[in-house]
Design a protein around this ligand. Structure first.
Ligand code: CU
Length: 273
């Protein structure tokens, strides 16, 4: 079983092992390589088979939990010691601190919405963007240009909402935890971080920036924290059944072929430090 640590608690070896495993997954030419994750996120950004599996839906959280697990399994196939770390943006809020250091994710883009200048993912020879919504072959960031990072009190607000989600189970759901966490309702945790990092993170091909996985690992950690408080069982996920074109608790998350119910209690597979 793996323990997922904060990016701020990683040792130098853990950071270099993670970067090396990400680059090895990127270099693979078939199967669920790094670019498969970029392509899959783009495909599932909008509805597939009339279902919003990945975004603006109740299944936002279980879909990304499976997405992260698939990536973590790919990294572990390269190096079994690697676990996905999380970026707690309520504590690590600087563009030059963890995770944006030159030995890990690298720093900001140059000027407006420019190419990342430092670190292992700077420039198209170190990290080439192959699958993209735009023509840029270099990773871009535009940190601090737009919006702000959520605060501890924003997180506490979301954790205190006991109902998982409400009809119509999408971006216009007027209450519930999921839409507040995803971003359709205030205080908006997930969307704001994508917008604040900017560049590729603000696009449909956001997994091109490896920080995507550290951000989503924190989103998954917050869901786990909510589950610790309110329950890991199937009764705590909504909708429970019978809602057309929404992924009910016993329905399958595509392309993973796993039910929502099978994702809910992750504690036998990994835990958060
Ligand atoms: Cu996201």
């Amino acid at each position: 079983m793996g323990t997922r640590k904060s990016v701020a608690a990683l040792t130098a070896t853990e950071k270099s092992d993670f970067v090396a495993a990400v680059k090895a997954l990127k270099a693979q030419t078939s199967g669920r390589n790094y670019d498969w994750f970029v392509r899959t996120h783009m495909t599932y950004f909008n509805a597939v088979n009339s279902h919003n599996y990945a975004h603006m839906s109740s299944s936002f959280l279980p879909w990304h939990r499976k997405f992260l697990l698939e990536l973590e399994n790919g990294l572990k196939a390269v190096n079994p010691a690697v676990n996905l770390p999380y970026w707690n943006w309520t504590a690590n809020r600087s563009t030059t601190g963890a995770p944006f250091t030159s030995d890990f994710m690298g720093g900001n883009g140059s000027g407006g919405n420019g190419a990342v200048l430092s670190g292992p993912f700077a420039g198209s020879t170190r990290w080439r963007i192959n699958v993209s919504a735009t023509t840029s072959t270099s990773l871009r960031r535009a940190m601090t240009l737009r919006g702000s990072l959520p605060t501890t009190s924003d997180v506490d607000t979301v954790m205190g909402v006991s109902t998982y989600d409400v009809s119509p189970w999408g971006s216009s759901s007027g209450s519930g935890m999921r839409n507040r966490l995803e971003g359709g309702l205030t205080p908006n945790l997930h969307n704001r971080v994508h917008v604040w990092v900017g560049g590729h993170m603000a696009q449909v091909d956001s997994p091109n920036d490896p920080v995507f996985f550290l951000h989503h690992c924190n989103i998954d950690r917050l869901w786990s924290r909510w589950q610790t408080r309110w329950g890991f069982g199937t009764a705590q996920y909504l909708p429970g059944g019978g809602v057309a074109n929404v992924v009910d608790v016993e329905e399958v998350l595509e392309p993973f072929g796993a039910t929502v119910a099978s994702t809910l209690d992750h504690r036998a597979g990994y835990t958060y430090a």
